[in-house]
Design a protein around this ligand. Structure first.
Ligand SMILES: Nc1nc2c(ncn2[C@@H]2O[C@H](COP(=O)(O)OP(=O)(O)O)[C@@H](O)[C@H]2O)c(=O)[nH]1
Ligand SMILES: [Mg+2]
Length: 323
């Protein structure tokens, strides 16, 4: 039986970082396939990951948990047929819930060894009221408190308490029996997403779920905490400093900025990865698409428009092209 892990967690908490580091450290001798469901039309993680190892399928439109079960399942089937993997990791979009993906994996006869929720210990406070974030914790059986380098021990203890409280309240239950789906859950700590190997040893194996799928309805997160994204294209004759300036001006409503930009004073295109005020850059070898920045957050339309007004090298597309 093919094994799988589902990695969930809010925007920018460190899911991809965990995936990259974990696969390199613990699964280098296995045939690994990775499915990334990135929120929005344009995903960037795919480019980054495919440089590192095996294969990325990107379900690019919308979020799997709402409408895309079928597309997701046929994508996973395609990967199974093409690569015959021993283990599959699914990174869910930061704006989606893990449970529908769990059901899809079970539909495909894939064993789910764990649903891992990555938590940003530094920033939990600023996103813990978001309902999707709560359901992500409720629908997981392995919590990983990540970014431990950015908090003190006391702060980490407070985060742990918050996580337990949310877990208790939002723990996902069998709709027929009202019993919790996961008998147990564990809380781990991580730095750059690196956790102990036992997390992946299947010791927290999830029990079979019977008769639950039919009645499960996930809450309507799309209307409640409207996380949206906006894409801006960048003029190409800019310097790194221009990009830096934009990132220093990001308002609080924007949780996350991703992008790939080409600038005059750096030889290779640069990947931007911004979350909650922190930013990291990475150089990319090959990128032939236009320079873009994707802004993700709650009710951000106005803020992104203001950014575009302020920085005339940022251009909002006038229309959207869907695939
Ligand atoms: N300081 C610190 N930064 C981290 C850690 N884990 C991830 N990051 C950074 O957080 C940002 C978002 O990480 P990413 O894995 O792309 O998040 P995702 O959206 O959940 O996939 C990146 O800039 C990472 O380098 C960590 O443990 N400590
Ligand atoms: Mg990611």
């Amino acid at each position: 039986m093919i094994q799988s892990f589902i990695i969930t967690g809010f925007l920018g908490v460190g899911k991809t970082t965990m995936l990259t580091n974990t696969v390199q450290k613990y699964f280098s001798d296995k045939k690994v396939a990775i499915v990334v469901n990135e929120f929005g039309d344009i995903g960037i993680d795919g480019d980054i990951l495919s440089n590192v190892y095996s294969e990325v399928l990107e379900i690019s439109e919308g979020c799997i948990c709402c409408q895309l079960a079928e597309e997701f399942e046929s994508g996973v089937l395609e990967i199974m047929n093409k690569y015959n993997p021993e283990i599959i990791f699914v990174e869910t979009s930061g704006a989606s819930e893990p449970f529908p993906i769990f059901l899809s994996m079970q539909n495909l006869g894939i064993s789910v060894e764990g649903v891992i929720c990555v938590i940003d210990s530094k920033n939990l406070d600023s996103y813990k009221d978001n309902s999707t974030a709560k359901y992500q914790i409720g629908g997981s059986n392995i919590m990983v408190l990540n970014k431990t380098d950015l908090v003190s021990n006391d702060e980490l203890e407070a985060v742990k308490k918050d996580v337990i409280a949310i877990k208790e309240e939002y723990n996902i239950k069998n709709t027929l029996t009202d019993e919790p789906i996961f008998n147990n859950y564990v809380i781990n700590k991580a730095h750059q997403g690196l956790v102990n190997q036992e997390v992946f040893d299947g010791v927290y194996r999830i029990d079979e779920i019977i008769g639950l799928a039919k009645d499960y309805k996930h809450h309507d997160h799309t209307s409640k905490d409207s996380i949206t994204q906006k894409v801006a294209y960048l003029k190409e004759d800019i310097n790194f400093g221009n990009v830096d300036e934009v990132l220093k001006t990001i308002p609080k409503s924007i949780y996350r900025v991703k992008g790939v930009v080409k600038v005059k004073d750096v030889p290779n295109p640069i990947i931007i990865n911004y979350s909650f005020g922190n930013v990291s850059f990475e150089e990319l070898e090959e990128y032939t698409q236009p320079s873009i920045m994707i802004f993700i957050g709650e009710s951000i339309d106005n803020d992104v428009n203001l950014l575009c007004e302020k920085f005339d090298f940022l251009n909002m597309p006038k229309f959207r092209v869907s695939k």
